[in-house]
Design a protein around this ligand. Sequence first.
Ligand SMILES: *[C@@H]1O[C@H](CO)[C@@H](O)[C@H](O)[C@H]1NC(C)=O
Length: 338
Amino acid sequence: MSTRVVNTIAIVACVVIAVLVTLHLLPGTLTCVSQTSDDTQKANVRIQELTNELHKFKSLVDTGSQRQQKSGLPNIPRDSPPAHENFVEDLGSGPLKLVREKGYAHDLVTLELDKLTDEELLMTMHSYVDNIDVLCRRKFRMGNLGDGGWEVCDDPDVRPRDPCIVYSFGINNDFSFDDDVANVYGCHVYSFDPSMTNMPEVTNRSEKVHFHRIGLDGRTYVNAINWPLYTLQDIRKKLGHQRDAIDVIKIDIENSEWPAIPEMAESGAFDKVKQLLLEYHVEKTDRNFLLPKLKAIQLVEKAGFKKFYAHKNPACIFSVKGFPVVRTKCYELHYLKR
Ligand SMILES: *[C@@H]1O[C@H](CO)[C@@H](O)[C@H](O)[C@H]1NC(C)=O
């Protein structure tokens, strides 16, 4: 701060004091002239102190980074996962070595999936779906504990706010998630399930929960067992939501997520979707199965979604060669877009 700035501040302070004195809010004995030079002197002393502190701080930073360069350790930012190739990791020798060596849990966007070996694909799939990339500081469980419920991120930047729209695909007669989101957040919830033939084609379950007996897929058609299936884009059109934000989309549709994901990612239907809660079904371990699935997951990442919670559904316990601990065929991934 220059002396001129300090003087200006002192003069402004002086005027304020004068006004307060005039309004009888301060005793009228202050003399502005002596006050001003006094304040300038004090401010100059403080500026000198702060400058000295800054110099000390800078020299600490310099010493630290010199030491870091000497030891050869990469500078790993605290708030983002290190890029896999630059990260010097101690792989250890126990049963986790193989997973650490071959499984990529982050940064799928930049991974060249075609170049991965069969083993790397398998380790990557089961590592990726069981780890997170961003922090959601507060989550709320919507719906049943166990099957049927999901976590919604309640952080202020992604929290649903009335008026809000939620799409819920795959109900299987359990509306606990849908009812909770409507009641807690006041959102209009659109619930879809083509298998619930006990229900009318379209019906309002409550003022805010709207059921449609249709399903989500990679194209719009009627399947062999007469279920009307739609792309996400066509559903948004059908309901007049092309331009609206969809605050949360929940998808639990028993393997139909695989054809639906590329369509959603490539058509722009993921635009203005803030949270994506998605169950991945990973039932096989061979390359032909895994490669297109990881490519679909890569598209979700490319659309800007980051994992904030990963849950292994215990209903589909599974063991994977190379993993020393239990896996599942059903991973419930919770994504948000910041
Ligand atoms: C359901 O409620 C909406 C208003 O939220 C209304 O426009 C629609 O007609 C209702 N549908 C049925 C089938 O009652």
